[in-house]
Design a protein around this ligand. Structure first.
Ligand code: AMP
Ligand code: ZN
Length: 477
């Protein structure tokens, strides 16, 4: 099998590298998943979407059955304990309820299900096994019911984040505790009080630290060394640094994963998202309420808005961005529907099971250049619009589908449905009438503007003037 030319930016080397899987017949990726104590916010959606695009691309390159994508569920954590107590419900109830909403959110965002979604509470035995190895090899010590990782025992600790031990101590808010030998030593296991969740262990009844959970789950499902490890940029230190320390020292390996990928941060309307600033918004709220910008936003609109920026850059999440995404999808969706209606049988999957176009593929191969991919969709649109050939429609549809921004369901949401009335609509004529009407409005010629609205209404087209000054249209049903 020839190696496809995928390049990805590796945080470990700070360079864009050719991706070479350990075993092309089994490509393995781990991404840190949610701690299920509260609804996921729109910043959390970024790694979900970014690594879903990568998962889709890897499946395309290596074959769907040759890629394993593991995204864990952290269902033991002090934030979970605190929230369950606050709400007066059991931990199980809280994590089940939160996970259910999370699964619905990611599905709405067009993400494929990962191959596996292991839960931390189902991997306690593996965590204990790793901790025992670390103690046996002199990389961890038990003290006062706790087990700590002995950071100075690992000579190249700090390799991923490229910080020296002194810098880390100066920069980090380290917990000072009497049972710690060194300031940077971190918790692998800690004792649980009676009212806290706990498991029997050689060090008494207790629970794991956060970092050990990912070392155990990646080991259980992907082995001691695997290909790609992903998450948001904030996880580089300490979480990923500590995962590397645990896994490499426990298994006597130089690397845990060969490629470390991190998405940039998302801020809202130019500011850091925070509850106190009142700009904190969950995926659930965006999808189901009008809290953000006075609209509900569909999953594909949110997803495309995310893909308009390269995953390593910061994103400014704004209403203007969502409007732009919605306008693009509406335009593309209408054209795809016309193509399907004109040329294909709706039930025939053929029209969008084509592989992505060479341009889209090339953009994605270059470290997931999704803004370039969106630009390539615009040219696919132009091409389909002007040529109206089945091939051009099919290419647009399959590209949209490949990026996960359109499926049968979302097509229906653009007002283009079974037996839809769009067939034969003069698209160019509609566009030019709309721009004539906008010109009339700009010169306050309301009579002309109304006349054009009526003319379009006579063709079955309903106009909607948006707050941002754009006009979109739908077919009246
Ligand atoms: P957490 O629940 O904080 O562990 O976050 C889950 C995932 O979302 C991690 O990969 C984080 O790096 C990522 N994440 C959290 N906040 C943001 C944000 N504002 N922008 C982008 N990614 C984020
Ligand atoms: Zn992790």
């Amino acid at each position: 099998m020839s190696t496809p030319a995928l390049k990805i930016y590796n945080t470990l080397t700070r360079t864009k590298e050719a991706f070479r899987p350990i075993d092309p017949a089994h490509v393995r990726m781990y991404v840190c998943g949610p701690t299920v104590y509260d609804y996921a916010h729109i910043g959390n959606a970024r790694p979900l979407i970014v690594f879903d695009v990568l998962f889709r691309l890897l499946r395309h390159l290596y074959g769907a059955e040759h890629v394993t994508y593991v995204r864990n569920i952290t269902d033991v954590d002090d934030k979970i304990n605190a929230r369950a107590a606050e709400r007066g419900i059991s931990i199980r109830e809280l994590t089940e309820e939160t996970n259910k909403v999370f699964q619905a959110d990611v599905k709405a965002l067009g993400c494929l299900e990962p191959t596996m979604q292991p839960r931390a509470t189902e991997h306690i035995a593996q965590m204990i096994a790793i901790i025992e190895r670390l103690i046996a090899s002199g990389h961890a010590y038990a003290a006062d019911g706790h087990v700590l990782f002995d950071v100075p025992s690992m000579p190249n600790y700090g390799r991923l984040s490229r910080r020296s031990l002194d810098e880390m101590i100066a920069g980090a808010r380290v917990d000072v505790a009497p049972y710690k030998r060194g300031d940077m030593d971190f918790v692998l296991w800690k004792p649980s009080k009676e009212n806290e969740p706990g498991w029997d262990s050689p060090w008494g009844r207790g629970r794991p630290g956060w970092h050990i959970e990912c070392s155990a789950m990646s080991w259980a499902h992907l082995g001691e060394t695997f290909d790609i490890h992903g998450g948001g940029i904030d996880l580089v230190f300490p979480h990923h640094e500590n995962e590397i320390a645990q896994s490499c020292c426990a298994f006597g390996r130089d690397v845990m994963a060969n490629y470390w990928m991190h998405n940039g941060f998302l801020q809202v309307e130019g500011e850091k998202m925070s509850k106190s600033l009142g700009n904190f918004v969950t995926i659930h709220e965006l999808l189901h309420t009008e809290k953000f910008g006075g609209h509900r936003w569909s999953g594909p609109v949110l997803r495309l808005a995310m893909l308009m920026t390269h995953y390593r850059h910061p994103i400014d999440w704004t209403v203007a961005r969502l409007n732009e995404s919605r306008a693009l999808l509406s335009k593309w969706g209408k054209l795809v529907s016309i193509g399907i209606k004109t040329h294909f049988d709706r039930d025939d999957d053929w029209w969008w099971s084509a592989p992505p176009s060479p341009i889209l593929r090339e953009r994605l191969l270059d470290d997931l250049d999704t803004p370039g991919s969106v630009a390539s969709l615009s040219s696919a649109y132009e091409n389909a619009y002007s040529s109206q050939t089945p091939e051009a429609f099919r290419l647009l549809a399959s590209n949209l589908r490949f990026l996960g921004v359109m499926d049968q369901e979302s097509l229906a949401s653009w007002g283009v449905v079974e037996g839809g009335p769009l067939e034969g609509l003069p698209l160019g004529h509609i566009d030019s009438l709309i721009s004539d009407r906008n010109a009339a409005r700009a010169s306050k010629n309301w009579a002309e503007s109304d006349r054009i609205r009526d003319e379009l209404a006579g063709m079955g087209i309903a106009l909607k003037d948006n707050k941002d000054g754009t006009t979109t249209w739908e077919v009246k049903r």
